[in-house]
Design a protein around this ligand. Sequence first.
Ligand SMILES: NC(=O)c1ccc[n+]([C@@H]2O[C@H](COP(=O)([O-])OP(=O)(O)OC[C@H]3O[C@@H](n4cnc5c(N)ncnc54)[C@H](OP(=O)(O)O)[C@@H]3O)[C@@H](O)[C@H]2O)c1
Length: 326
Amino acid sequence: MKYVKLGNTGIKISQVVLGSTNMGWRIDEKQSHKMMDKAVELGINAFDTANIYGKWGEGGYPGRSEEIIGNWIKERGNREDIVLATKLYGEMSENVNDRGLSRKHIHKALKGSMKRLQTDWVDIYFTHTFDAETPVEETMRTFTALIEQGKIHYAGASNHPAWRIMEALWVSDKYGLERYEVLQPVYNMAKRHTYEQDIVPLVEKYQLGVTSYSPLGTGFLTGRYGKEKLPETPRVEGVKRSYFKDRNFETLKTIKKIAKEKEVTMAQIAISWVVHQESITAPIIGANTIEQLEENVGALDIKLTKNDLKKLDEASDWKILDELSR
Ligand SMILES: NC(=O)c1ccc[n+]([C@@H]2O[C@H](COP(=O)([O-])OP(=O)(O)OC[C@H]3O[C@@H](n4cnc5c(N)ncnc54)[C@H](OP(=O)(O)O)[C@@H]3O)[C@@H](O)[C@H]2O)c1
């Protein structure tokens, strides 16, 4: 496993991060613990969660994923060995202030996450998305105080449009506050446009770390989905909504061809393509089985040639497709 510097911070993370949307939803606590043990065995040192994860499915509730991870950390006694990221923003209860990025909610949300994760600090604390109702200065001042208290080490922003990241960086600079050091956007071969057009230039200019999510398009890019062929998973409706476009089915053909040439899987090509992008520090991968996890981490051994990358880029190029749709 290679370890890469996270943007302009002083820490290093494995070339892939293990995500946890599935923990407490698609897989139970026992299976989740096995998955994290295997991840550590494979060299993964970075884990991503969010306070709302675990709320899906029967018997689910917000915080369940964090609890599962917290129990694992406690049982293994490995808190110092891992880089742990969690997020806040989403509704944690019906209380009107139990959401968003206000000072009040940040303090409450962090306390809740630290309790469930059984830790005294969070390495990267992400805003799950922006809060149009709270001044950015309030959020960044609160994050700065928490960093000074050692309760969080770095601030991150997920799902932010470029101008909101830029505004936050500007506010931090203007008032001498801690800034967002890490971004967590969606990025994969079927969702390139927004990230490449708007976010990459600011990632490069401000040396931000990027742990992007959904390298497989939540499963679409593995080839498990066809227009008439749907796998059995609760993700089907979401995948159909986000990825069922003729152009994406065309992209799958090139992924399949290159996977066949290299005798690897389509999932591995899709992950490898993200890993090969210069602005990406490490994609966050998700898995339901140990076999999937091993397969996905195996993507790190694949070397895509200039020619492979050219073919994949052309097959998923939003610029060409935009021209064609004019
Ligand atoms: N910041 C955010 O808003 C945000 C949003 C989404 C995710 N995330 C983070 O990013 C992580 C990864 O996101 P993601 O789950 O969307 O990632 P992904 O890698 O695009 O999709 C993972 C899903 O793909 C399928 N899959 C995984 N490996 C496979 C393989 N080898 N062969 C066939 N199918 C495979 C499984 O789908 P099935 O479950 O259908 O079997 C799995 O749940 C999450 O766990 C979470 O930590 C963050």
